[in-house]
Design a protein around this ligand. Structure first.
Ligand SMILES: NC(=O)c1ccc[n+]([C@@H]2O[C@H](COP(=O)([O-])OP(=O)(O)OC[C@H]3O[C@@H](n4cnc5c(N)ncnc54)[C@H](O)[C@@H]3O)[C@@H](O)[C@H]2O)c1
Length: 338
C-alpha cells in the first residue's frame, strides 16, 4: 500500500522532504499545505502535487492522507502536529519539535490517544558518519565516555525572517543549530537522561530578539558531561556547521573529520591507533539529501510496520527539556536540575 504523504511548508526543508518522499519506494507526495499561494504554486508544480491547501484543517477535512510532514516555522509545529495526530494522521515534525517542552508533551499525548505515529526529524541519526561512530561506541572502542564536545554553528552567517522572531521560532541559534549538536551527542551516548544543565546564552552579533550565541553544559545520568556550542554569525567554527568529539577512557572519537584514535595507556609510552573509515572530508554537502532520504524511509517503515520511531516524541521531548532548562539557566545564572 502506498503511503500518501502531505507536506506542510514550501520552504527550504519542505523541498528536501518532498524529494525524500519521491526517493522513498512506497510513498507518494499527495498534498501540500502552504499559507502563501505563490510559494504553494511553484512547489506543487515542481513535485507534481495537485491537492493544495492553505491550512492543515482544510487538508484534514478534504479526504484522507496517511501522513503529514511538518516543515514550517516552529510556532506551527505543535498546532499542526496535534491536529493531524487527532485525525489519525501520522506525523514527521521538524526539529525543534515545538516551542517548548509543554507543547511537546501535548503532541505526544495526542499521538498516544489516537494511536498515530509521531516522529521528530532529528536527521543526524540517519547520517552515515554519525551511524559509523555510533557503531564504534556501541562496540566499546572508546571505553567509558567521560565527556563530549559538540557544536552547531554558522560562521559569518545566520538566518533571517521568522528564524529571528521569538514568537515564531521560540529560540534562536540554540533551538535551530545547538539542538542538532545536542541530539547527536545524546544519540552517540545511547540516549542517556539529562540530570542538570548550565548555560550562558545571549545575543551579541545582530539585533534580534533570539539568541545568536550559546554555551551549554549537560550532565547525563550515565556520568558523562556534554559541552555544546550554538551560534549564528560566529567569527569562527571548528569545522563545517556541526561536529562532535567524544573523549573516552579508551580513546577519542570525532565527527567531521570522522575517525577514532584508540589509546592504550597500559604501556609506558601510550600507543595510539588511528581508525579512519574513509569518509570524504570536507563533505561536498554538509547536509546531504541521502540523510533525509534515509530518515523518510525509516518514517515510512515505522508507519507500515506500526513501529514506534526513534527519534520519536520521547527523544524530541528530552531535547526540548534541555533547551528549556538552558534558557532558564542562562536567565537565572543557576544550574537547572531536570
Ligand atoms: N533538519 C534540518 O536539517 C533542518 C534544516 C532547515 C530547517 N529545519 C527546520 O524546518 C522548519 C522550517 O525551516 P525552513 O528552513 O524550511 O524555513 P523556510 O522559511 O525556508 O520555510 C518555511 C515555510 O513555512 C511557510 N510558512 C507558513 N506559515 C508561515 C509564517 N507564519 N511565517 C513564515 N513562514 C510561514 C513559509 O511560507 C515557507 O514555505 C523549522 O522548524 C526548522 O528548524 C530543519
Amino acid at each position: 500500500m502506498t503511503i500518501k504523504i502531505a507536506i506542510s511548508g514550501a520552504g527550504y526543508i519542505a523541498n528536501i522532504h518532498a524529494m525524500a518522499v519521491k526517493n522513498t519506494p512506497g510513498a507518494n507526495p499527495e498534498a501540500l499545505v502552504e499559507a502563501f499561494p505563490d510559494k504553494a504554486e511553484s512547489f506543487a508544480k515542481k513535485f507534481g502535487i495537485t491537492r493544495v491547501y492553505s491550512t492543515v484543517d482544510e487538508l484534514l477535512k478534504d479526504g484522507k492522507v496517511d501522513a503529514l510532514v511538518v516543515g514550517v516555522p516552529n510556532a506551527l509545529h505543535a498546532p499542526q502536529t496535534i491536529a493531524a495526530l487527532k485525525a489519525g494522521v501520522h506525523v514527521l515534525v521538524e526539529k525543534p519539535m515545538a516551542m517548548n517542552a509543554a507543547e511537546g508533551e501535548k503532541m505526544i499525548a495526542a499521538g498516544v490517544k489516537s494511536g498515530a505515529t509521531l516522529m521528530v526529524a532529528h536527521c543526524w541519526r540517519f547520517d552515515s558518519d554519525v551511524c559509523w561512530l555510533k557503531t564504534q561506541v556501541d562496540k566499546g572502542q572508546l571505553g567509558k565516555i567521560i565527556r563530549t564536545k559538540g557544536y552547531g554553528v554558522h560562521s559569518n552567517w545566520g538566518p533571517s525572517g521568522w528564524f529571528t522572531q521569538k514568537n515564531l521560532a521560540g529560540g534562536g541559534a540554540l533551538a535551530d543549530m545547538g539542538i542538532h549538536a545536542l541530539d547527536t551527542a545524546r544519540f552517540l551516548l545511547g540516549d542517556p537522561k539529562p540530570t542538570s544543565v548550565y548555560a550562558r546564552i545571549g545575543t551579541y552579533y545582530q539585533d534580534f530578539d533570539v539568541d545568536d550565541t550559546g554555551v551549554i553544559i549537560v550532565n547525563w545520568d550515565n556520568g558523562t558531561t556534554s559541552y555544546i556550542e550554538s551560534g549564528w554569525w560566529q567569527p569562527h567554527m571548528d569545522a563545517p556547521e556541526a561536529g562532535t568529539q567524544l573523549y573516552g577512557i579508551g580513546g577519542f572519537g570525532s565527527l567531521f573529520p570522522t575517525l577514532l584514535r584508540i589509546t592504550d595507556l597500559s604501556k609506558k609510552t601510550p600507543r595510539i591507533k588511528e581508525v579512519n573509515p574513509g569518509f570524504e572530508f570536507p563533505r561536498p554537502e554538509h547536509c546531504p539529501q541521502v540523510m533525509y532520504d534515509k530518515q523518510m524511509a525509516y518514517f515510512v517503515k515505522c508507519i507500515q510496520k506500526n513501529q514506534l520511531p526513534v527519534p520519536g516524541g520521547a527523544e524530541g521531548l528530552v531535547n526540548m527539556k534541555i533547551v528549556d532548562a538552558a534558557y532558564h539557566s542562562s536567565a537565572t545564572g543557576k544550574v537547572v536540575k531536570i
